[in-house]
Design a protein around this ligand. Structure first.
Ligand code: FMN
Length: 150
């Protein structure tokens, strides 16, 4: 079974998860925003929180939306303002996930993300969901992913 991890990361937690999955035979595609978020973390949180709140689809760089060869698609997003990070809204609008085994890995400060979870239950009712609390700081959080590691 071929597996692909598509993810976004602003402060490195998603990259940490990606490294782990790469070591476990996942192919990796990182999503890059066309425009960088403000350098200051404070303004980054304000901007990102706002964009996530309005379900904005950010412009992203050269995204390869062809996932035909994969059986399993894992989508990684930070939680912004309780929701998916806005670049992931773009990804979700482009991907054809019909017939795929879909998993979401959501990383956040609290280990929660109620609005993202609500959206997944509605739009991807079959998908598995894992919440990780700041995995870069808490590497044990990766153990939650043991079910998707072959
Ligand atoms: C714009 C923004 C909004 C955030 N909103 C939330 C939130 O609503 N709830 C939460 O628990 N953490 C929130 N966080 C914290 C991040 O979800 C958390 O640090 C995550 O691990 C970041 O992933 P990354 O390092 O891959 O970007 C927010 C961070 C940013 C930058």
């Amino acid at each position: 079974m071929k597996s692909l991890f598509i993810y976004y990361s602003y402060t490195g937690n998603g990259d940490f998860v990606a490294d782990y999955l790469k070591q476990n035979d996942f192919d990796i595609r990182k999503v890059i925003r066309k425009k960088k978020l403000p350098k200051s973390f404070f303004f980054g949180v304000l901007a990102g929180g706002f964009l996530a709140g309005i379900k904005h689809k950010d412009k992203i760089v050269d995204f390869d939306e062809d996932v035909l060869e994969y059986d399993e698609i894992v989508i990684g997003s930070p939680i912004w303002n309780g929701r998916f990070a806005s670049p992931i809204n773009t990804v979700l609008s482009k991907l054809d996930l019909r017939g795929k085994n879909v998993t979401f890995i959501l990383y956040s400060g609290s280990g929660e993300g109620a609005k993202a979870l609500k959206r997944i239950k509605k739009e991807y009712p079959e998908a598995k969901v894992y919440f990780l609390r700041e995995p870069k700081k808490n590497p044990d959080e990766l153990l939650k992913l043991s079910h998707i590691i072959k």
